[in-house]
Ligand binder design. Structure first.
Ligand code: KIV
Length: 279
């Protein structure tokens, strides 16, 4: 697909024109090539890679080194999608200096075009500094998995007046600080639609936040059905790669056991007289 490079201006224009923005996670070169070929607008190297690629039980253990390693792999796909990398837990919470330094590492060493940070008004000073320094920022509010220990589990957010008002205030504060997009995770659809309507420049990207957002994001492993384990209510499986992979590997095991693989077409030849000369 011949798609123009997606930038922050593209995303701003898409919001103004009401054109839905598509984002998906990818964590390696092969997946990034495929989703670019499909024509995705934005790729997120989510810290969900801790769960789906590295087998951690949350995103909390993910390190800067792991984020940079996976970001570099995605960047090598060299596609048109805008590449956003997550700032992992504790890479920005302790001080403004940490946040500036680690965001710069994701751009300079990883090669991404923007960073994503979890949090609302409490991170706005950092967001403003990053944007001033030339680092585009995506916010992330609602369910913020890095704070799952404090939130007491993976729950829908913003359900009472105080929590809904805080979500709206956080979104406005992030926009005012310069975030060009804001992920809203696990938020009631009508609240996410109101936040989307209230924001004038920052595009909302929903995950479990209904269809009234400016765009949508899914974890690629959920979208592709990479596992037959737990799949969140908000995710839709567009494929059954788990079934396809297990079935293909079972076919391979059977063919090796019955010696029907490798077949002649997978095999290299040698002249008989060469073999005859061996002793
Ligand atoms: O890490 C991630 O994959 C995310 C998405 C769920 C938005 O933050």
């Amino acid at each position: 697909m011949n798609k123009k490079q997606v930038t922050t201006s593209t995303i701003k224009d898409m919001k103004q024109q009401g054109e839905p923005i598509t984002m998906v996670t990818a964590y390696d070169y092969a997946m990034a090539r495929n989703v670019n070929e499909a024509g995705i607008d934005m790729i997120l190297i989510g810290d969900s890679l801790g769960n789906v690629m590295l087998g951690y039980n949350s995103t909390v253990p993910v390190t800067m080194e792991e984020m940079i390693h996976h970001t570099k792999a995605v960047i090598r796909a060299n596609g048109a999608a805008m590449v956003v990398a997550d700032m992992p837990f504790m890479s920005y919470q302790a001080s403004l200096a940490d946040g500036m330094y680690n965001a710069a590492r994701l751009l300079k060493e990883g090669g991404c075009a923007a960073v994503k940070l979890e949090g609302g008004s409490e991170i706005c000073e950092l967001v403003a500094k990053l944007v001033t320094a030339g680092i585009p920022v995506v916010g992330h509010i609602g369910l913020t998995p890095q704070s799952v220990n404090q939130m007491g589990g993976f729950k829908v957010q913003g359900k009472d007046v105080a929590a809904a008002q805080k979500l709206l205030d956080d979104a406005k504060a992030l926009e005012a600080a310069g975030a060009f997009a804001i992920v809203m995770e696990c938020v009631p659809a009508a609240l996410a639609a109101k936040v989307t309507a209230e924001l004038k420049t920052a595009a909302t990207i929903g995950i479990g936040a209904g269809s009234g957002c400016d765009g949508q994001v899914l974890v690629c492993n959920d979208l592709l059905g990479f596992s037959d384990g737990f799949c969140p209510k908000f995710a839709k499986k567009y494929a059954d790669l788990h079934g396809a992979i297990v079935g293909a590997v079972q076919d391979y095991i059977r063919e090796v056991k019955e010696r029907s693989f490798p077949a002649p077409e997978h095999t290299f030849k040698i002249d008989d007289e060469v073999l005859e000369k061996l002793y």
